[in-house]
Design a binder for this molecule. Structure first.
Ligand SMILES: Nc1ncnc2c1ncn2[C@@H]1O[C@H](COP(=O)(O)OP(=O)(O)OP(=O)(O)O)[C@@H](O)[C@H]1O
Length: 128
């Protein structure tokens, strides 16, 4: 059997990665919350005309949380495959993966608060 060309194999890798990403959006209710939170953050950033560096930080934080959720889902899926029955190590594995998502979310909320609090204060002082 002939090997797929370099371009075709890269194209397939990209396609499989995209398939994994969309699967998380479809199957994980938590991902829907992340998407909603991301939209709210992006709308606020646009509305307050945040600086270029602040845009970069917000986009990085959104990517961080989405990435953590995708890895979490991957670890949960593998754990269910390896240990469908109750097992202390399976439980610990899932808890650790979920802890990673929580850590990313806490970090992102902290960054978001540092960026937006001054804009909220300005808005309250000038508009209300
Ligand atoms: N096979 C197992 N053995 C022992 N404990 C488990 C097992 N599967 C799940 N648990 C425990 O139940 C918790 C929830 O697991 P579950 O698979 O329902 O994840 P989830 O609620 O879908 O997580 P998320 O909301 O992050 O998608 C785990 O964090 C773990 O503490």
């Amino acid at each position: 059997m002939s090997r797929p060309s370099f371009i075709r194999s890269r194209y397939n890798s990209f396609r499989f990665a995209f398939k994994g990403m969309t699967a998380v959006f479809r199957s994980e209710p938590n991902m829907h919350l992340h998407v909603l939170a991301s939209i709210i953050v992006l709308v606020m950033a646009y509305r307050f005309e945040v600086t270029r560096v602040e845009w970069c930080l917000l986009i990085l934080c959104i990517g961080l949380v989405w990435m953590a959720e995708i890895f979490n889902t991957s670890i949960e899926t593998l754990t269910d495959l390896v240990s469908p029955e109750q097992n202390i190590w399976a439980g610990k594995t899932k808890d650790l993966a979920a802890g990673g998502v929580l850590m990313a979310a806490i970090t992102s909320v902290a960054v978001g608060l540092f960026i937006f609090i001054p804009y909220w204060v300005d808005y309250v002082n000038t508009e209300l």
